[in-house]
Design a protein around this ligand. Structure first.
Ligand SMILES: Cc1ncc(COP(=O)(O)O)c(C=O)c1O
Length: 386
């Protein structure tokens, strides 16, 4: 039977021993073999044969299977953080002499990995803007890998997934897309031709600001290569955190859909405020991302970005809030605000910030699950204090 998203996320593997409603936490680093000959199964890559939890673990597999089905594909691998997932995925497919084309507008640490660390492995990275991304087959016909994210951190600007994937296919390049801002509820990039989806599962997938995790989601053929690299780099998730991800996936749809609704209301509220010079949210019809987002997203997401006059005003606004926390990260039940130039986008030059569309007066808002009326009051009184 084809199951819808919440049903898939709730009903995964069943506990055969005691029929527990929750799949157990196999908190064990190692698994004994009945006979030494059974190691043949490990050599033969038999899926349900566990020997060591850095390679695989039943609790981890349960959460991975749910994530794969939420992203409409075959397999997933969980990691100890989003950055472990992103760097392991990239280094599984790019090696010395290869070219990566990357959208210039990225989460700051991903940008810094591609700018500072990938070249140390002999990988050539070209940062491009949106128009160049769609033309990469002409500009960089030798590219091996294409890396991008949409909605983009922190501006929530969107790029076309289908156009990017089509340009990459023309030159046989693999595409890796960060789907963190949307979550698998609001967007499924594989449906638009992307090869590999990565997530910071620390955000919406974990959803409660209490788990660091990451995920690579793709076909069995591609995750096989990533798992081999992961076994060597060692960025595996531990069983307790995988259980927490499983617990969180069960409520992902209701959480994200409520966050979508509240974010839309707040974006409309900010649009009416004179001291807010710009509001970025894909759900606003006048936004430059609206058309693209409508084509590729099921919901516009829980991330809103606003721009005030300058850094001083942004600091005053954030320091005056009584409900929303002034904290980095996103996707949790509590609303968070952060100033990108002080957090996610530090250590970038003024030229790089400007090219990435990030200004000093910008504030990124991760909309939580508080009552929308309370959030409006909180944001209103903070604006009055600027
Ligand atoms: C869009 C995006 N991708 C990746 C990451 C990295 O994830 P993690 O902090 O789980 O390593 C972040 C973290 O903020 C993010 O916002």
């Amino acid at each position: 039977m084809k199951k819808s998203k919440s049903t898939q996320a709730i009903h995964g593997r069943k506990d055969k021993s005691y029929r527990a409603a929750n799949y157990p936490i196999y908190q064990s680093t190692t698994f004994a073999v009945e006979k030494s000959d059974n190691y043949e199964k490990f050599i033969g890559d038999e899926e349900e044969f566990y020997i060591y939890s850095r390679y695989s673990n039943p609790t981890v597999r349960n959460a991975e299977e749910k994530l794969a089905s939420l992203e409409n594909t075959e397999d997933a691998i969980l990691f100890s953080s989003g950055m472990a997932a992103i760097t392991t995925a990239i280094l599984s497919f790019a090696q010395k002499g290869d070219t990566i084309v990357a959208l210039r507008h990225l989460y700051g640490m991903t940008y810094r990995f591609l700018r500072d660390i990938a070249p140390k492995f002999g990988i050539d990275v070209h940062f491009v803007n949106e128009a160049e991304l769609y033309e990469m087959n002409k500009l960089y016909p030798n590219a091996k890998l294409v890396y991008f994210e949409t909605p983009i951190n922190p501006t929530t600007d969107c790029v076309s997934i289908a156009k990017t994937a089509a340009a990459a296919k023309k030159i046989g390049a693999l595409t890796i897309m960060d789907n963190t801002f949307a979550s698998p509820i609001n967007q499924n990039p594989i449906d638009f031709g992307v090869d590999i989806v990565v997530h910071s599962a620390t955000k919406y997938i974990g959803g409660h600001s209490d788990i660091m995790a990451g995920a690579v989601v793709s076909s069995k053929q591609l995750t096989k290569s990533v798992r081999e690299t992961m076994k060597a780099f060692g960025g595996c998730i531990n069983p307790i955190d995988a259980y927490m991800i499983d617990r969180s996936l069960k409520t992902l749809k209701v959480r994200v859909e409520q966050q979508n609704r509240t974010a839309q209301r707040l974006a409309e509220f900010f649009m009416r405020q004179k001291k807010v010079s710009r509001v970025f949210y894909p759900g606003i019809p006048s936004s430059r991302s609206y058309k693209i987002a409508k084509r590729q997203m099921h919901g516009f997401g829980g991330m809103v970005c606003i721009e005030l006059a300058d850094l001083d005003s942004a600091k005053k606004f954030c320091d005056s809030l009584e409900i929303a926390l002034n904290a980095t990260s996103l996707g949790g039940v509590e609303s968070l605000v952060s100033i990108p130039v002080l957090t996610s986008h530090i250590k970038m030059s003024p030229e790089e910030l400007s090219a990435a569309g990030v200004s000093e007066g910008m504030i990124r808002i991760s909309v939580g699950l508080e009552d929308v009326e309370d959030l409006v009051l909180d944001f209103r009184q903070a604006i009055a204090k600027i």
